[in-house]
Design a protein around this ligand. Structure first.
Ligand code: CA
Length: 567
């Protein structure tokens, strides 16, 4: 049973969620260190609806009068949800769409302004990346009416909702594939297959050549083979087929008509098995097809590849690609926090500039897809052996970078994974409320201890990880230049453990300083133009740690991030 004190704090936590215009208490800083700034929605400039008033950097879509990116509000904070493990509304132990609706207050109160749902379509696997029907909802997750209700709830809260679009392959039980297989099995060995007889033949890669290699699988009871690079139950789609492209366009239109904001594009590198120019050609078509329907559609692509290779894919016009160079234990953020050789604080802020130079070459309107771990990666808390200070520092670092952020459910409470088995990275969200909403782990999960504290354990604790995430996410929303600003390295103040950048967004200019060490650091800031700046935001790992700003000296507590700006 839950302790009474925890229940009270949880109730308070939920209550604050219903008052988004109220400043968050935890964002207000004591007077002696310069008051913090919690900007309410009411303080913000109204967003103009006139395309002519759009800021100059916004992307033209190739046609006058349209912009693909609206405002600083498009630099959203997304929350990635594996539905089955999130929140169960009907007691069957499987998370569902109504469960997400029930936790929407939690999501909004945390500071998330977007949700990415991993696949929701009918599928025979627990992860659902092999789609059986793009137009339906998996019955274990709910109904189409439940999805429509979730979309309406998200719209009412100004939460962007995107869903996984998996078009590299389908499930082998998809009707297109089944139709084609039925036809091929009906052919006698001396007869050629004809597209006129079965158009779905053109949707996949079928052959009678038995020597095509291990990515081809035989259709039982026939002399035909098909390509399935990942798995025999995931036949690869032939994305050159014009009829298939029209089908996929119709799928996107169907969901955009329902009111979602866009799509997360699965495995874009695999579309044509790492043939970059072909992949980019298809993505270019897909981006335009989606924008024809919804000019401000948001799309983010998964190209799990090198930094340079990710950059190439911005040529497609995609607004975002996940920046894998930041993520995982080998990524830039974890390497810096773990003090690996050559990964200084300065190298972190230099990476911000390098990202901008590399990606903007191919799409000046790109928005970097910031994340540190997703459903395919070892969980973030594992990178730091449970060191709460380092976990917070890493979170603060990626959540203060310019771009669109993606936080994997459970990361905010420090959930861990075990080994490399995928199921172990997708285990049940730990709410800490006995039975209520609690899901079961995916079938196949190995037995390991979930060492992180539950949501209920953490929400009332000022120094908890979840509260740190909440502060960081709100800071991103409240200071537009933090999420959307152009970056310049402050060379004079950047070194081994401390580094600074200046960020500019429209008429807002801020300075952001990082202390990645476990010691207090101080900087003498000589620029006269900064003397009127105040501390407008700060992330510290302990609530008793206060930044100082006096007589041109900035004092940075251990593992802290300080934002100076005009009050
Ligand atoms: Ca359920």
């Amino acid at each position: 049973m839950m302790k009474k004190g925890l229940l009270i704090s949880l109730v308070l936590f939920v209550l604050t969620a219903c008052q988004p215009a109220q400043p968050q208490a935890d964002l207000v800083w004591p007077d002696q260190v310069g008051p913090g700034r919690a900007i309410s929605q009411a303080d913000k400039e109204p967003v103009s609806q006139d395309p002519a008033d759009k800021p100059a950097y916004l992307a033209p879509l190739g046609r006058p009068g349209q912009a693909c990116i609206q405002a600083a509000g498009d630099y959203r904070n997304y929350y990635e949800i594996y539905v089955a493990s999130f929140y169960d509304s009907d007691g069957d132990g499987i998370g569902d769409l109504n469960g997400i609706r029930q936790k929407l207050d939690y999501i909004v109160d945390m500071g998330f302004t977007g949700i990415w749902l991993m696949p929701i379509h009918p599928s025979n696997t627990y992860h659902k990346y092999d789609v059986k029907d793009y137009y339906a909802i998996d019955p274990t997750y709910g109904t189409m009416a439940d999805m429509e209700a979730l979309i309406a709830d998200c719209q009412a809260r100004n939460v962007a909702l995107i869903i996984d679009l998996v078009v590299n392959h389908t499930g082998d039980d998809h009707a297109w594939f089944q139709e084609a297989v039925r036809y091929l099995k009906s052919l006698s060995p001396d007869r050629e297959a004809r597209l006129e007889d079965c158009p779905y033949l053109g949707y996949y890669y079928f052959t009678r050549d038995s020597a095509k290699g291990s990515s081809y699988h035989q259709i039982a009871g026939s002399d035909w083979y098909y390509e399935g690079v990942f798995w025999d139950q995931m036949p690869d789609l032939n994305l050159d087929n014009p009829d298939l492209r029209q089908e996929l366009k119709a799928v996107m239109e169907f969901w955009l008509d329902k009111g979602i904001s866009g799509f997360r594009l699965d495995a874009v590198k695999e579309y044509y098995s790492s043939r970059r120019s072909k992949n980019i050609e298809f993505l270019t078509w897909l981006v335009q097809a989606a924008r024809d329907k919804k000019p401000d559609v948001y799309l983010v692509g998964e190209n799990w590849d090198t930094f340079a290779e990710i950059g190439q894919y911005y040529k497609s016009g995609l607004p975002s690609l996940f920046n894998f160079a930041l993520a995982t234990a080998e990524g830039k953020v974890a390497q810096v926090v773990n003090g690996k050789p050559n990964h200084t604080a300065k190298s972190f802020v230099e990476a911000m500039v390098k990202i901008n130079q590399t990606f903007s070459q191919n799409n000046p309107y790109y928005m970097d897809g910031l994340f540190i771990a997703n459903h395919d990666n070892v969980r973030m808390a594992n990178y730091f052996n449970g060191d709460q200070n380092k976990i917070k520092m890493a979170a603060g670092m990626y959540l203060t970078m310019t771009g669109v952020s993606f936080t994997y459910y459970g990361e905010e409470i420090g959930m861990v994974s075990s080994g490399t088995k995928d199921e172990n990275k997708r285990t049940a969200m730990v709410w800490g409320l006995e039975a209520e909403g609690q899901t079961q782990d995916p079938v196949g999960t190995e037995d390991f201890d979930q060492t992180g504290l539950s949501v209920a354990d953490q929400v009332g604790e000022e120094d908890s990880l979840i509260r740190y995430y909440q502060r960081a996410l709100h800071l991103r929303q409240d200071i537009p230049a933090l999420a959307a600003g152009q970056v310049r390295v402050l060379e004079a103040y950047s070194g081994q453990v401390v580094a600074g950048v200046e960020k500019t967004w429209q008429d807002q200019t801020i300075q952001v300083f990082y202390n990645i060490s476990n010691q207090v650091q101080s900087l003498d800031l000589v620029e006269d133009s900064w003397q009127d700046q105040e501390i407008i935001g700060a992330l510290t790992v302990k609530s008793e740690d206060y930044p100082g700003w006096q007589n041109k000296t900035l004092t940075l507590p251990p593992y802290s991030i300080i934002v100076l700006g005009e009050k």
